[in-house]
Design a protein around this ligand. Structure first.
Ligand SMILES: C[S@@+](CC[C@H](N)C(=O)[O-])C[C@H]1O[C@@H](n2cnc3c(N)ncnc32)[C@H](O)[C@@H]1O
Length: 241
């Protein structure tokens, strides 16, 4: 069911790529299924299918009847439109300050989500962190946008740690989990990130903060990358801290 206080957003695949420092080619090269948690009303699952990539989206809101979910997604879009009207520079790169164009990309993603979730309901699983109904190591890549750090009132430190560990559990030991953003809805950075990373380490989960230039204006974007510790250091390192 819908979690009060959270927005159901409808980001398209290219926006997801921009959030996580991915490209379409990198996504297409992932050697197994991808998990999107939370999926919201994103277009990722539908659009990735065209790239030959299987994305499973999971979100407690998928338990809601379809008309209710659609209405929540439209409300999420309207809330974003209101935020863009007040401070577009907070949400859009300096070189792309066109709220109408951005909102059109959400409208398209929402329509793709509606059609794909009706046609392939098995790819949209109703579930909530920190307990997901997937076997250990089911996914080659797990993406988590705008939840575990964005809503600290829902995910205080202990629950946030449990959520991150659950994402690692369902991800293949040779794969990785990517989480963004690392700040709350007001843009405040997570104050206990060092302690959280240390607690992850105690659970044999290696963490890395990858910084990359945001498409459009080059502003630094940070992604938390998690892997089961046993293979840490075997892959290429990218601007790690
Ligand atoms: C702001 S949206 C993010 C959706 C998508 N990842 C994106 O970036 O557009 C937050 C989503 O988290 C979902 N949510 C709320 N509580 C959750 C939980 N405990 N586990 C997983 N998803 C949850 C909400 O239903 C909502 O769809």
């Amino acid at each position: 069911m819908h979690t009060p206080g959270t927005l159901i957003t409808s980001r398209p695949l290219d926006e997801y790529c921009g959030l996580f420092g991915l490209t379409r080619a990198a996504l297409a090269a992932v050697p197994g299924p991808v998990l999107d948690c939370p999926g919201g009303a994103a277009g990722l699952t539908a659009e990735a299918r065209e790239l030959g990539v299987t994305v499973i989206a999971t979100d407690p809101a998928y338990a809601a009847p379809r008309p209710e979910l659609t209405a929540l997604a439209v409300a999420g879009r309207d809330r974003m439109a209101a935020c863009l009207a007040v401070a577009p520079e907070r949400h859009l790169p300096a070189g792309q300050l066109c709220p109408e164009r951005y909102l059109r990309s959400w409208d398209r993603a929402r329509r793709l989500f509606a059609a794909d979730s009706a046609a392939r309901p098995e790819r949209y699983v109703a579930a909530a962190l920190p307990g997901l109904p997937f076997a250990d190591g089911s996914f080659a890549l797990t993406l988590s946008a705008y939840l575990l750090f964005a809503y600290p009132e829902l995910f205080p430190p202990e629950r946030q740690l449990a959520g991150l560990l659950e994402l690692v559990r369902v991800t293949d030991p040779d794969g990785e989990v990517r989480v963004h953003p690392l700040h709350d809805g007001a843009g405040r950075p997570c104050p206990h990130l060092p302690q959280l990373r240390s607690a992850l380490g105690e659970h044999r989960v290696a963490s890395e903060i990858v910084r990359f230039a945001r498409p459009g204006d080059g502003r630094t974007r940070r992604v938390l990358v998690l892997r089961k510790a046993r293979r840490w250091g075997s892959g290429p390192r990218r601007g790690a801290s």
